[in-house]
Design a protein around this ligand. Structure first.
Ligand SMILES: NC(=O)c1ccc[n+]([C@@H]2O[C@H](COP(=O)([O-])OP(=O)(O)OC[C@H]3O[C@@H](n4cnc5c(N)ncnc54)[C@H](O)[C@@H]3O)[C@@H](O)[C@H]2O)c1
Length: 321
């Protein structure tokens, strides 16, 4: 089986590819444009680990280049597409909306359209917990309204779900959208809170914290995300329109102040916190309902935040030593 992973130099794309490559019967073809939104070095380091595997191939490619993307589909008989390439980040999307429309809407459409035309058996793509937007529910269920996205980033992810549904309906094309809840782990994105917090404490720098840390996130360890994603490759959709969306989260809303305490204990010093007003684009709380995922695939118990952070901090200290 030949699997295309877009965004394979990215955080989740890297871990997904690495896990798939453990199965020698699978071939993984990764593409990425090595965008410079954050350090290209970490993207290249992830790729260095991937290209050591004999069943991995990589091409530097922008998903906006439909001609080259088409020729890639033509030459390689992909069976599955795992589409993770995107411009991430809620706050950055408020300042730079154009980039999101380009990669997350136009780029998404190119991958979706070619996947349908080249008869891909299962098109799995990244959505986001941010689609839940302004809804005050204690727990985010897939059936909740996603009609009020708070940022352009969330709007693009909601758009992806709509486009995927339309293609599933028009062409009987199987699509699975994954609403990831704040993913962390080894090789995490440097623009995300955990990496920024570790950097600031280690280097005695100030760190901006929204709402005095009165913020709750459902932090999810990347290995758990990848295990679910891979199980969903074989998931059979028994509906007239073969489109599904699943939450992938830990189902625990952790307060940011708790995270800060764990980091301070680890580094044996205090974080220098600058309180920052919560922007209109950010959610106060995310907490995933796991019921649908649990019913659909057999999932193992997810790693708790204390153990996940031990793994993350060990990696962080050695990678940035
Ligand atoms: N990490 C999270 O907590 C999280 C949460 C919700 C959703 N997501 C979604 O999951 C997916 C993966 O996220 P991630 O954290 O690994 O982000 P990431 O930025 O590490 O990975 C995305 C990769 O896509 C590549 N890319 C961007 N635009 C591209 C383009 N036009 N052509 C080709 N490649 C392009 C980037 O270079 C990057 O390597 C994204 O779609 C993101 O929106 C992530």
């Amino acid at each position: 089986m030949n699997i295309l992973v877009t965004g394979s130099a990215g955080f989740i794309g890297y871990h997904t590819s690495l896990k798939l490559l453990e199965n020698k019967n699978l071939k993984v073809f990764g593409i990425d444009n090595l965008d410079d939104y954050y350090s290209i070095k970490i993207k290249k380091d992830r790729l260095k680990n991937l290209i050591k595997k004999s069943n991995f191939r990589f091409k530097l490619l922008d998903i906006n280049n439909k001609k080259k993307l088409k020729s890639l589909f033509e030459k390689n008989k992909f069976t599955i597409v795992i589409h993770l390439a995107a411009q991430p980040g809620v706050t950055y999307s408020i300042q730079n909306p154009n980039k999101y429309i380009k990669s997350n809407v136009m780029g998404f459409f190119n991958v979706l359209d070619l996947s349908m035309k080249y008869k891909i058996k299962n098109f799995i793509y990244a959505s986001s917990s941010s689609v839940y937007g302004k809804n005050n529910n204690q727990i985010n269920k897939e059936t909740d309204s996603t009609d009020n996205p708070l940022s352009i980033y969330s709007s693009t992810k909601k758009t992806n779900e709509l486009m995927a549904y339309t293609y599933s309906n028009l062409y009987n094309f199987k699509t699975i959208g994954l609403r990831f809840f704040t993913v962390y782990g080894n090789y995490s994105r440097p623009d995300m809170f955990f990496s920024k917090l570790a950097y600031s404490i280690k280097n005695n720098k100030k760190i901006k914290v929204f709402n005095n840390g009165e913020l709750f996130r459902d932090f999810t360890f990347v290995d758990d995300v990848v295990n679910c994603l891979i199980k969903l490759i074989k998931y059979n959709i028994k509906k007239d329109v073969p489109a599904e969306v699943f939450n992938i989260g830990n189902s625990k809303a952790i307060k940011l102040t708790k995270i800060i305490k764990i980091f301070e204990k680890h580094y044996k010093k205090k974080a220098i916190i600058i309180n920052s007003k919560l922007s209109n684009g950010e959610l106060k709380k995310t907490k995933s309902s796991m019921k649908k995922l649990n019913k659909s695939i057999k999932i193992n118990k997810f790693i708790n935040i204390e153990n996940g952070l031990k793994i993350f901090l060990k990696w962080y200290d050695s990678y940035y030593s």
